[in-house]
Design a protein around this ligand. Structure first.
Ligand SMILES: N[C@@H](CCC(=O)N[C@@H](CS)C(=O)NCC(=O)O)C(=O)O
Length: 233
């Protein structure tokens, strides 16, 4: 089956967590908006006849199924493609980690949009500076301490076998490195296990091939992880 991924075509954003899972699975998929523009995606978002419309991208079409919310899509793909544990505690544990990573993503976004998603960064710069200072000082270490602790001596979060949460952890670390290179340089040595995990993910054959391909979209200042030097002081 060919999956259809619907996400904004110019940014890695939340769609990237889904792309990484599809790539690692070797799944056949179309990144619809990158191929056809955003019109089909907007049409589905506004489709009055759809019984289960998504509120926002990303969403995935899998045959007759339409699934929205990043963590929900990954729960689905993880089960289908062996990217999640099969036992119930394991499945919910990995889903829990994914939701916690989604919290990091939301806070990374709020660093440059602390007042409102509908306003430009340029119109909320003083507030962004305050928000970013707290994110750098308190929140990143709190999140990374947690992930380092729960990874423990494991190769991957669920043990020996890679799951979608490991792929997402890699993407979050890459995003933080892009957005806050100065701060991450200070912090990285405190998280050797997470850094090793990230490296392991990066070197997986399918991921390495994907990262080197034109399918991988670079981080940029329209996305979630943005580099504004003034927020990384
Ligand atoms: N919780 C959702 C968030 C989805 C989301 O915020 N999507 C963004 C792009 S990353 C969007 O297009 N939002 C439009 C809006 O909120 O109006 C998820 O994890 O998928």
């Amino acid at each position: 089956m060919t999956y259809e991924l619907y996400y904004w075509p110019m940014i890695p954003g939340r769609g990237e967590f889904v792309r990484l899972a599809l790539e690692e699975a070797g799944a056949d998929y179309i990144d619809v908006a990158r191929r056809d523009g955003i019109a089909p995606m907007m049409k589905l978002l506004g489709d009055e006849k759809s019984a289960r419309p998504s509120f926002a991208p990303p969403f995935l079409k899998a045959g007759r199924l339409m699934i929205g919310q990043t963590a929900n899509i990954l729960l689905f793909l993880g089960e289908r493609h062996g990217l999640a544990p099969k036992d119930t505690p394991g499945r919910f544990w990995i889903h829990q980690l994914q939701l916690t990573l989604a919290d990091v993503v939301a806070e990374a976004h709020d660093m440059h949009h602390p007042i409102g998603v509908g306003s430009y960064y340029e119109d909320q710069k003083p507030e962004s500076k305050r928000r970013a200072a707290e994110f750098r000082r308190e929140r990143i270490p709190k999140f990374l301490n947690y992930f380092e602790r729960v990874l423990g001596k494991n190769r991957y979060f669920a043990g020996q076998k890679l799951t979608y949460a490991d792929l997402s952890m890699f993407q979050v670390i890459e995003g933080l490195r892009y957005a806050l290179p100065h701060r991450m340089k200070q912090l990285e040595k405190k998280y050797p296990k997470l850094m090793a995990l990230s490296q392991r993910v990066k070197q997986r054959p399918r991921i390495a091939a994907y990262l080197a391909s034109s399918r991988r979209i670079s981080f940029n200042e329209d996305g979630i992880f943005r580099h504004y030097p003034e927020l990384d002081s």
